[in-house]
Design a protein around this ligand. Structure first.
Ligand code: XIL
Length: 356
């Protein structure tokens, strides 16, 4: 008889594959030191409330990262909770923290079809009124943070593999809203780098090419776009290495031609999308280490890369289990804020890119 396999008593019937992982990882350098030598920023999506309330969260954020993205507090639901009433308190709190630790802020996101305040869903107006509403939002938010954020995700998730996503903005404004948003953002903050951000760009060459076609048309028209954000919410084996390599090849070639920068904007490696595992084991830790090392090396091979940002940094605070409804461990630091083997894998790739 082999070792007994315990079937956990949760509703999904996940399997305890072995004892909990027993790693003891020491990082030779901080992420941010290694990233600086490699010529990029390394970031994390964070929430100001946890920076205030959790000492270990604050410590790791301070020690490791040179860039911070607000996970939620600069989205429209947070910044314009009532029509014409803006609230920048949490965004300002993040800016203040970042300034204090010498890091930059990447704003996220001026235009998205999710995290909308409820008044928007109820808004009735003609096209002119919708356009004016979006223009006011983009200009007020980008204007408030002018000089305080280094860059923005101006538009998030506007395209499908073949066209425009059917969103509240597309329905009311038609395709021109994407270019308009970039123009408004540039007007309100001439110094911030302006990015288009989307998912599926490291795992779907068709979508990547389509998005790049759309950006190319805008660049040709003189729309002020500085770069592309590739979200990279990936799994251990999906996308495959062959698909990732295809996407990286497209990025190198086409971003070079277009003169656009690249950010990996929302990196995490989920291990349990199918709910198979109940617990994080040494085997999963080793596979995730390998995956982070290889992913980071692939992205670092793109000359246009300006930064890599994790979506969170600790398994204590990750959107994955909330969204996909299974336990998961997608980030480089564990729920006790200790570095996981994944952190070593990622750091190895940064060190190699920085010449050590
Ligand atoms: C997610 C946040 O992580 C969650 O806390 C929130 O409940 C929903 O949004 N792509 C994006 C991010 O561009 O804004 C999303 O963030 C994750 C997917």
């Amino acid at each position: 008889m082999g070792a007994a396999v315990l079937v956990a008593l949760n509703s999904r019937g996940c399997v305890v594959e072995g004892p909990a992982a027993s790693y003891d990882v020491e990082l030779a350098k901080s992420f941010k030191e290694a990233a600086e030598a490699a010529g990029i920023l390394v970031g994390a999506a964070v929430n100001p409330a946890w920076l205030r309330d959790e000492a270990l969260y604050l410590d790791v954020a301070t020690e490791q990262f040179s860039s911070f993205t607000p996970e939620n507090v600069m989205k429209m639901a947070a910044t314009q909770p009532e029509r014409g009433e803006f609230d920048f308190s949490e965004g300002d709190s993040l800016v203040e923290f970042a300034e204090g630790v010498g890091a930059v802020v990447h704003g996220h996101a001026l235009v998205w079809h999710l995290a909308l305040p409820s008044w928007i869903e109820e808004f009735e107006g003609n096209e002119t009124e919708w356009r004016s509403l979006l223009e006011t939002h983009v200009k007020t938010v980008a204007g408030h943070f002018r000089g305080k954020v280094a860059s923005w995700d101006v538009v998030n998730e506007a395209f499908t593999d073949t066209g425009y996503r059917d969103t509240i903005w597309f329905r009311h404004l038609g395709p021109g809203y994407v270019a308009d948003a970039f123009r408004w953002a540039r007007e309100a903050d001439p110094d911030a780098d302006l990015y288009y951000n989307d998912f599926g760009l490291s795992g779907d060459p068709g979508k990547l090419n389509h998005v790049l076609d759309e950006l190319e048309a805008m660049v040709d028209e003189g729309v002020p776009i500085d770069g592309l954000g590739v979200q990279a919410h990936v799994e251990l084996n999906s996308p495959s290495n062959a698909t990732l390599d295809a996407c990286v090849g497209i990025l190198k070639e086409r971003l070079g031609q277009l003169g656009l920068k690249l950010r990996v904007s929302e990196l995490d490696v989920s291990l349990n999308r199918d709910g198979r595992y109940c617990n994080f084991t040494d085997d999963l830790a080793a596979q995730q280490e390998h995956r982070f090392r290889s992913l980071a090396a692939k992205f670092l091979s793109v000359p246009q890369l300006t930064g890599v940002t994790f979506w969170g940094f600790s398994d204590a605070h990750t959107w994955i289990p909330h969204y996909f409804h299974d336990p998961d461990w997608p980030l480089p630091f564990d729920a006790s804020y200790r570095p996981k083997p994944a952190a070593r894998g990622f750091l190895d790739a940064l060190l190699a890119a920085g010449g050590s």
